[in-house]
Ligand binder design. Structure first.
Ligand SMILES: Nc1ncnc2c1ncn2[C@@H]1O[C@H](COP(=O)(O)OP(=O)(O)OP(=O)(O)O)[C@@H](O)[C@H]1O
Length: 490
């Protein structure tokens, strides 16, 4: 039997470098080094898509040259060459599909009722088939492309900011979805990451919710058989709940569900969030630092045994999804206070991601303020954003240069609203840090000029600063947790 044709040393070197580049964490340092090696001098200045598009003519020329030598399909190559070219063909197929997938994601994000146009899908599957992938494998690769494009959308585009702390956050979010090695993820871990929980830490308003959504909406969603689309829509894969907003009486039923008759008012069986989150989904438990010890014990069981039991039932059910949790309490406060189980913490914290404060981001890249203002205004007022941006930046420039933004991006959003309404932003005094005379809440209370709502909000914020949880504030004030939180957030 004649020996199978082999790649030349030069071809092997080129394709190896290419695959190392395109399979590296797109927000990592390696990627920059490798893309420089491929001939780009300023990779930070161009988008990932631009960079890849620029690689394409040289790649097409190389593949044409292989075709002329009769090497068109994977099965014409031997072991090592086949493994390498498999990755090259996967990248080639990806390049021919990513704009179509971006169109699909945009369509889904706009919540259009009409079914998405997937008429291009058979052509894409045929292309993968022409490289030598069988139909099942081809569907799996298209699902991976879709996942990669969702990750770009939610990790890159939906999170604003180019500062190093934001780049580090993106790297960490990417790794929590694809691990540090995309190639072995695709071979070994695709669809098997349910047991990898993530704990997001960060001050209030830093964007932990957006970071959690980025992880949750970037999970694998299979492509179903011929003629069908993807098994789930983007929105169905991410289920979020804020534990501090659920009263102690309701929390178990919300999370684990209940059976009819389990308690007064349980008139029907009710599926909880754990039952609604299937193997393609992620459940986001926000304010995890606020839950009581008995609920922590039950959550620990879900994490350890992957089972939960609805209230009033004796039948454990399996939990198939993935958990992302978040808290704005510091690790020290979480573990030092005695109201957070250490075993629960260790089970939850396989992957800890710290979401940077706005002041860290601005200290690294002051221009990030204007970038954020532009994006937040765009969300708030659409096309009027450009016209308002200069006025807003002028008003913000009146703040002290080292203003700490204690409420982070949420405070910035609030500042924009106030500037639009009142022309200026005067930060609310936060307890603890200021001269009492300069504290409008204290001096307002002293002068008798605060109304009841202002008085209560200031008091709740002070308590929150001291006690660290909405639950503790609720306990002291006699308010329910949700009301206390509303006062604190303003
Ligand atoms: N990097 C970012 N780019 C764009 N918007 C952001 C970013 N970070 C935060 N935001 C916006 O700031 C607001 C607050 O974010 P989010 O609710 O995720 O904060 P959080 O850290 O979860 O706060 P808390 O701990 O109080 O729940 C949201 O409207 C969010 O969209």
């Amino acid at each position: 039997m004649p020996a199978r044709p082999r790649l030349s040393a030069d071809e092997r070197a080129y394709f190896s470098l290419l695959t190392e580049t395109v399979y590296a964490n797109p927000f990592g340092q390696d990627q920059e080094r490798l893309s420089r090696l491929l001939g780009r001098d300023a990779p930070r200045a161009v988008s990932q898509a631009d960079l890849y598009d620029k690689l394409m003519p040289a790649l097409e020329a190389r593949l044409d040259a292989l075709r002329e030598r009769g090497l068109e399909r994977l099965d014409q190559l031997n072991g090592e060459d086949q493994a390498l070219m498999r990755q090259v063909y996967l990248f080639h197929g990806y390049q021919h599909s990513y704009r179509l997938l971006d169109g699909l994601i945009e369509h889904q994000r706009r919540g259009r009722a009409a079914a998405a146009d997937l008429s291009w899908m058979p052509g894409l599957l045929d292309r993968l088939g022409s490289y030598g992938f069988d139909p099942r494998e081809s569907r799996r690769w298209v699902a991976l492309y879709y996942q990669l494009r969702r990750a770009y959308y939610f990790i890159e585009r939906a999170l604003v900011g180019r500062s190093e702390p934001m780049r580090a956050l993106r790297r960490a979010l990417w790794n929590s979805v694809f691990t540090t090695d995309l190639r072995s993820y695709t071979q070994l871990l695709w669809g098997r990451m349910q047991d990898f929980s993530t704990l997001l830490l960060g001050e209030t308003g830093t964007g932990k919710g957006s970071a959690a959504a980025a992880i949750g909406r970037s999970g694998p969603i299979p492509l179903e058989g011929p003629g069908h689309g993807f098994a789930r829509g983007i929105e169905d894969t991410f289920i979020a709940t804020n534990l501090s907003e659920l009263s102690e009486g309701l929390i178990e039923s919300e999370l684990f569900g209940h059976r009819k008759g389990a308690f007064t008012g349980a008139v029907d069986n009710h599926d909880g969030l754990f039952a609604r989150c299937d193997s393609h989904g992620t459940l986001f438990l926000d304010e995890i630092g606020d839950v009581s010890l008995p609920v922590q014990t039950k959550l620990l069981r879900v994490l350890q045994e992957r089972t939960f039991t609805p209230v009033g039932s004796h039948q454990p059910q399996r939990f198939e999804g993935r958990i992302v949790a978040a808290t704005n309490r510091s690790l020290g406060a979480l573990l030092g206070g005695g109201d957070f189980r250490r075993d629960f913490f260790y089970r939850l914290s396989g992957n800890i991601i710290c979401v940077p404060t706005l002041r860290e981001r601005l200290a690294d890249t002051p221009d990030e303020l204007e970038e954020l203002v532009g994006a937040l205004l765009g969300r708030m007022v659409g096309e009027a954003a450009d016209a308002l941006r200069t006025r807003i930046m002028e008003a913000l420039s009146e703040l002290p240069a080292d203003y700490a933004w204690p409420g982070n991006v949420r405070e910035l959003e609030q500042a924009l609203r106030r500037i639009i309404l009142n022309g200026r932003y005067v930060p609310d005094a936060l307890p603890g840090s200021q001269d009492p005379k300069a504290d409008p809440w204290l001096s307002g209370a002293d002068a008798g000029s605060l109304d009841a709502a202002g008085l209560l909000a200031g008091y709740c914020r002070r308590l929150y600063e001291k006690l660290g949880t909405y639950e503790a504030v609720a306990r002291v004030t006699g308010l329910d947790r949700r009301t206390a939180k509303r006062h604190i957030e303003g």
